[in-house]
Ligand binder design. Structure first.
Ligand SMILES: NC(=O)c1ccc[n+]([C@@H]2O[C@H](COP(=O)([O-])OP(=O)(O)OC[C@H]3O[C@@H](n4cnc5c(N)ncnc54)[C@H](OP(=O)(O)O)[C@@H]3O)[C@@H](O)[C@H]2O)c1
Length: 285
């Protein structure tokens, strides 16, 4: 297999570089090497490298900034995604694209299925939804993997932010009325590689997340406990008290039955948090 990975220096990109199956030839492209909004970059790299699989982990992911940088968010998450899906189709490579639970409005009481109506409530979610549509319009064989609340020892994420604040013994206020399923980036990487081995996997959308739904507040208490630190400094707040630029869905739980039926296991939250904290301590040493 010849893997072209975009967004290789991002959080998920990092995990994908760590778990590439043995024997694969790889081109790990960061934004400097391959800007997915530039057709000429894509053509040059795809023609030269001739991938048999492309994983698009590149994205504009700054949820709050997206509200004021709409053009940038849509350019990367819609146009860039479309160009990558088209390039994969033209060169006959299988194509894997990442999406998010933020395509839903969070008003449901039941886990969202792949077929449920999307109704994003912020610019980032809307750009990702439009990106999914663009990808599948260009390339019906593409696999679009929606995931949620990604954490790991790499990049910018909630687990790292909270663990830093805990280390500094600062008072931490965490939202307790948004519910979702944190997903370990290393598990997502492994699942993408597992999916790539499934023959004749039908193109379309698949949900993959952690196995436990909880609030950001409860997630932060788990992080404190994995660090063996007292969690008394973590205080519950409501979304109304914790104002952010972009609105967030209240309920972000996805139904993962479709991917479970392929024999894929969900990301185990307790194990993932323990590993991420352990690896974070190693990275920081
Ligand atoms: N993080 C989450 O909680 C979460 C949840 C659900 C779904 N997802 C999805 O999972 C995927 C991976 O997310 P992540 O957490 O790994 O995000 P990330 O850490 O922000 O990584 C995205 C990478 O893409 C790069 N990038 C931005 N614009 C680009 C462009 N025009 N061309 C090439 N690369 C570009 C970024 O570079 P710069 O940083 O230099 O801009 C960054 O290295 C995304 O599709 C995201 O929407 C993430």
């Amino acid at each position: 297999m010849r893997l072209l990975l975009t967004g290789a220096k991002g959080q998920l990109g990092h995990s994908l570089t760590q778990y590439t199956p043995a024997g694969w030839e790889t081109l790990f492209a960061d934004k400097v090497m391959l800007d997915i909004t530039r057709e000429s970059d894509i053509e040059r790299i795809v023609c030269n490298f001739k991938p048999t699989i492309i994983i698009n982990a590149a994205a504009y992911t700054l949820v709050d900034n997206a509200e004021n940088e709409k053009e940038k968010a849509y350019s990367v998450n819609v146009n860039g995604a479309r160009l990558m899906a088209r390039a994969a189709k033209l060169c006959g490579a299988s194509f894997f694209h990442m999406s998010t639970d933020y395509v839903f409005d969070g008003q449901s009481f039941l886990p969202y299925k792949e077929t449920d109506e999307c109704c994003p409530i912020n610019v980032y979610g809307d750009s990702k939804r439009k990106g999914e549509i663009a990808v599948l319009e260009e390339n019906g064989d593409a696999i679009v993997l929606r995931t949620s609340w990604v954490y790991s020892e790499y990049g910018q994420n909630f687990l790292k932010t909270i663990s830093n604040l805990i280390d500094q013994e600062k008072e931490i206020k965490v939202v307790a009325d948004q519910i979702g399923c944190p997903t370990y980036a290393n598990d997502i990487a492994k699942v993408l590689y597992q999916l790539s081995y499934i023959k004749n996997l039908p193109g379309g959308i698949y949900h993959y997340s952690g196995d436990t739904s909880l609030s950001w507040y409860d997630f932060s208490k788990m992080i404190a406990s994995a660090m063996n630190k007292r969690d008394a400094i973590i205080q519950k707040v409501s979304s109304n008290e914790f104002q952010s630029v972009a609105k967030r869905p209240q309920f972000s739980v996805m139904d993962c039955t479709k991917i479970l039926n392929l024999g894929i296991q969900l990301s185990n939250l307790e194990k993932g948090v323990q590993l991420a904290i352990h690896n974070l301590e190693l990275v920081e040493r």
